[in-house]
Design a protein around this ligand. Structure first.
Ligand SMILES: *Cc1c(COP(=O)(O)O)cnc(C)c1O
Length: 375
């Protein structure tokens, strides 16, 4: 087995794996499951500091993003797509599929979206139904300041759809304070359950917008309104993946009981960045580093493929390359969720020392030593 130190999927703890092996009831007919489902949804809402309702959807993280766009977008709606990364840009496709008119706001991809510049843009043009924003754009690891940007969009009457799949629980998310209308999460990143589930937290304003539509939602599976009244009628729009939800609940309970989780992500993220920089590796971003993933440029004289291969074959550790425009250019260390522990990170740094040495890349100092010094 490899030690997976990737920015999703992350390591799955034993209590999460065992929770998935529990005996199953019929989730359509056993009302105890409806209670369990709702309690799990309420737990997510409390962890992201909101009174808004959360729904767990039976599909990977992407389903949450698609469900948000499918449910909000009517043909001809203008949607502001904030883009400083691969996932940021990707929202334009989802908006278009459902007939919306995306307006890409594309900015520098090595720094977070600057609220002041965005405000200048909005001053001239703010006629949008909603805006999409990525909290941590995982392929580059950039962290956008949702705590400033969402309230700003809200001041201009624009609803917000935030993808925090790879940040929430490793970075602070306060849905009510930030005025986020739909927050999207997934099971396989910081949550540290296996892939397979998405969840969305939906404001009353977003629900009203879905109700006020003049055209029907152009999807069944991605239709968030299909869940309306599920608790009262004890009826889900489709059969819930019960074992996945048992596992998710155990993973969320782990998070709820982990008081120092945000501070630990911050400490490990910072120590990792400092170690890489001091050793002479180049962090891919200039500012705006997420504490859930660290991304560095592949040094001259070797390739991403070779680094990943030596880490895998000689040290049993999986790191990630990246994709789209970053393919082959960077290496990503996912220190999120269960991966965010000093012991696994120390082993990862030590293995990177040995890997760089083997590939003939001279580091200025030992990554492991520096990491241990800073962490
Ligand atoms: C992982 C991830 C998703 C979900 O992608 P899946 O392939 O469905 O897991 C969405 N947004 C971001 C930013 C992610 O990192």
């Amino acid at each position: 087995m490899y030690k997976i130190m990737t920015p999703g999927p992350t390591q799955v703890k034993k209590n999460v794996r065992l929770a998935r092996a529990q005996e199953c009831t019929n989730p359509d007919l056993d009302e105890a499951f409806v209670e369990f489902y709702r309690e799990t949804c309420q737990l997510i809402s409390s962890l992201v500091h909101t009174y808004n309702e959360t729904l767990i959807l039976g599909g990977e993280g992407i389903l949450g993003l698609e469900a948000a766009c499918a449910s909000l977008t009517e043909p001809g709606d203008r949607v502001l797509v904030l883009d400083n990364g691969v996932f940021g840009k990707g929202f334009a496709d989802l908006v278009s599929i459902y007939g919306g008119v995306p307006r890409l706001y594309t900015v520098d991809d090595k720094n977070p979206i600057a609220p002041l510049a965005l405000e200048g843009f909005l001053e001239k043009d703010h006629n949008y139904k909603y805006a999409t924003l990525i909290h941590c754009d995982t392929p580059s690891g950039i962290l956008n300041d949702i705590g400033t940007i969402c309230p700003l969009l809200n001041r201009y009457g624009i609803m917000t759809v935030v993808d925090s799949v790879s940040a929430m629980f490793g970075e602070n998310v306060r849905v009510d304070d930030y005025r986020i209308d739909i927050l999207c999460g997934g099971s396989q990143k910081v949550v540290s359950a296996p892939p397979g589930l998405a969840f969305v937290t939906i404001s009353d304003r977003a629900k009203e917008a879905m109700t006020a539509r003049k055209t029907p939602i152009a999807s069944f599976y991605a239709n968030l309104k299909a869940f309306e009244g599920y608790y009262e009628s004890k009826w889900f729009p489709y059969t819930m993946p019960i074992s996945d939800i048992y596992g998710l609940r155990a993973a969320l309970d782990n998070i709820a009981g982990d008081m120092g989780i945000l501070a630990r992500h911050a400490r490990i993220g910072e120590a990792c960045r400092k170690a890489l920089s001091e050793a002479g590796l180049k962090l891919h971003l200039e500012t705006g580093f997420s504490n859930t993933v660290t991304v560095f440029d592949v040094p001259q004289g070797t390739t991403a493929k070779d680094i990943l291969r030596v880490m895998r074959e000689e040290h049993n550790i999986l790191l990630a390359g990246s994709f789209d425009s970053l393919s082959g250019q960077v290496i990503r260390i996912g220190h999120m969720g269960s991966n965010a522990n000093v012991s696994d990170m120390t082993k990862t740094m030590e293995a990177l020392d040995l890997t760089m040495d083997k590939l003939g890349i001279k580091l200025r100092c030992s990554l492991k030593e520096k990491f241990c010094e800073w962490v």
